[in-house]
Write a protein of this length. Structure first.
Length: 201
């Protein structure tokens, strides 16, 4: 076989599984583990193979994560179900190009040195998500660092409730987190996981 489908199928499945790292499931470590697997595969792949893996991962990720687009088109937009399904599939297919381009870039520019390649992958991935959130008005949905919000900033008591008695309700307010700042922190965590998994020579 010229193209082994098993890594691509695994990438698709892991991409879909990554969605569980976001609300409402919020399985925090999951996206970093799946990204660590993807980054590791990219280091051992040719640029075109890395692009295929990135595309498969992205397709599974977006099909599982933005299925609400179908609901919006069908139930609220009145679009026929087959057309809504096709439009959603095409939309996800376009979004999956961003992980594909990231994979191609990482495989093309890798140095063979583990930490440099980890930082390269994290940086390229963050750039691809920034482009996705900006290019052609952008689609800043499911930014992979967003699920790290509880760990990027500690919640602090709201000043209005700071002096309430112990038995009464205490509300907490979290400061807003900019998506790409959270993404940078998230990808740094992914880099650490990636290094702990080990790197082939």
């Amino acid at each position: 076989m010229l193209f082994d489908r098993r890594p691509a199928l695994a990438a698709f499945a892991l991409g879909a599984l990554t969605v569980a790292g976001f609300a409402p499931f919020a399985l925090f470590p999951l996206p970093f583990l799946t990204l660590a697997w993807l980054f590791r595969r990219w280091r051992a792949a040719a640029p075109t193979q890395a692009a295929r893996l990135g595309y498969a991962w992205g397709l599974g990720f977006f099909l599982a994560g933005v299925s609400w687009v179908y609901v919006s088109l069908n139930e609220f937009g009145g679009m026929a179900p087959p057309l809504a399904a096709l439009a959603t599939l095409l939309f996800c297919a376009v979004l999956a190009l961003y992980p594909a381009l990231a994979g191609y870039a990482v495989a093309r520019w890798r140095s063979g040195r583990p930490w440099r390649d980890v930082l390269l992958a994290a940086g390229v991935w963050t750039l691809s998500e920034w482009l996705r959130g900006w290019l052609l008005t952008g689609f800043p949905w499911l930014v992979s660092g967003e699920n790290a919000r509880p760990f990027v900033h500690r919640c602090r008591p709201h000043p209005a409730h700071r002096h309430r008695r112990a038995g009464r309700d205490r509300h907490r307010e979290c400061p807003p987190v900019h998506g790409h700042r959270a993404a940078l922190a998230g990808h740094a965590r992914a880099a650490v996981v990636r290094a702990e998994l080990g790197t082939p020579p």
